[in-house]
Write a protein that binds this ligand. Structure first.
Ligand code: GTP
Ligand code: MG
Length: 331
């Protein structure tokens, strides 16, 4: 215990140094801080959060869409564009199925390699399995670290599968949903309620047949949506990501949305809902660990046997479990 505490204290003392290094553009500082947030003890994570609190806000731009729609290619193009504006840019690629698609992440790394020597760029991928699954891993805390490290823009790439794309919208200031012709995307998008989370819609692979039709379908669907007069109306941008055709239009749409967020007070509101989601994620994660923990002398299995045999009812069992777990919810 003593040795462990010493290590924790040393790590905590290092945090300001790591932050200084990260702000000066040293990747190792940023990488180490994120590792502390991902793998550190509760005390360490808390110390990082304290050190990062109150930092400037970055523009957090979430990009989501089906596998292969071109998210990484678009991220790459945006990365260059924001660097041209002299902004420090971080990329956080959250991979929901990392044991199976390690190859895709590796591919992304290689594709982004030509940015590797630029101190104004930091690229990280992160598995989404973890505390709660979905995006509710260390991603929200990592976003705070990246802001504290002085990044102006964070590009958050997540594959759009069910809950994850909703999560990305929860933690981004601006959500970009990509669709592409020939993937049946636009119809699926409408079904999945993706249109509701999109601040900007991108029809990627605009160099392919069918792109204008997809854009027209999306426009029709958006026209049907009921939006109050002062609400944001998501623009539809056609993009051929590798060639960069449509990139200026995409940047323009992102700038417009950023201006709108600030002008309407929505930026503050989104930050508050992001914080609410983060608090909820942390609290639920803790409750979940306490519920499935074995230290409190009551296990779900033991209660289940009693419920199955009719000795107690399931409500009483849940009460007992919550009562025992509640005491253990302290991190
Ligand atoms: N023709 C065409 N191909 C594109 C375009 N954008 C991306 N691609 C290609 O589509 C494939 C997938 O692109 P990625 O950028 O890796 O797609 P992704 O959405 O990041 O994929 P995952 O991360 O695996 O979900 C690659 O072979 C790209 O070269 C585009 O605008 N036009
Ligand atoms: Mg990708």
């Amino acid at each position: 215990v003593t040795a462990g505490t010493a290590v924790t204290n040393r790590t905590a003392q290092n945090i300001p140094e790591l932050l200084d290094a990260a702000r000066a553009g040293h990747d190792r500082g940023t990488a180490k801080l994120i590792s502390l947030v991902e793998n550190g003890s509760a005390d360490t994570r808390r110390a990082v959060a304290t050190a990062c609190a109150g930092s400037q806000w970055a523009e957090i731009i979430g990009l989501t869409g089906s596998p292969g729609v071109g998210k990484s290619t678009a991220v790459n193009a945006l990365l260059s564009a924001y660097r041209d504006r002299d902004r420090r840019v971080a990329v956080l690629a959250v991979d929901p199925s990392s044991p199976f698609s390690g190859g895709a992440v590796l591919g992304d790394r290689i594709r982004m390699q030509h940015h590797a020597l630029d101190a104004g760029i930091y690229i990280r991928s992160m598995a989404s399995r973890g505390r709660l699954g979905g995006l509710a891993t260390a991603a929200p805390e990592t976003l705070r670290v990246l802001e504290a490290c002085g990044f102006d823009v964070v590009l958050l790439e997540t594959v759009g599968v069910g809950q994850v794309e909703v999560d990305v919208a929860t933690h981004a200031d601006t959500t970009v949903v990509l669709v592409a012709p020939g993937m049946g995307d636009s119809i699926q998008a409408a079904k999945a309620g993706i249109l509701e989370i999109a601040d900007v819609l991108v029809v990627n692979k605009a160099d392919r047949d069918g792109a204008p039709r997809v854009a027209a379908e999306l426009a029709d669907m958006l026209a049907l949506a009921d939006r109050p007069p002062h609400a944001w109306h998501p623009p539809i941008v056609s993009l051929a990501a590798p060639a960069g055709d449509g990139l200026p239009e995409l940047l323009h749409a992102l700038d417009d949305h950023a201006t709108w967020l600030t002008r309407t007070g929505q930026r503050q509101e989104r930050r508050t809902s992001q914080a609410a989601a983060q608090i909820q994620g942390l609290a639920l994660g803790r409750l979940r660990s306490a519920l499935i923990g074995r230290d409190h002398g009551i296990t779900i299995q033991a209660l289940a046997a009693e419920v199955a045999s009719g000795a107690i009812d399931p409500y009483a069992a849940a009460d007992q479990l919550l009562g025992a777990s509640g005491r253990l919810c302290r991190d």
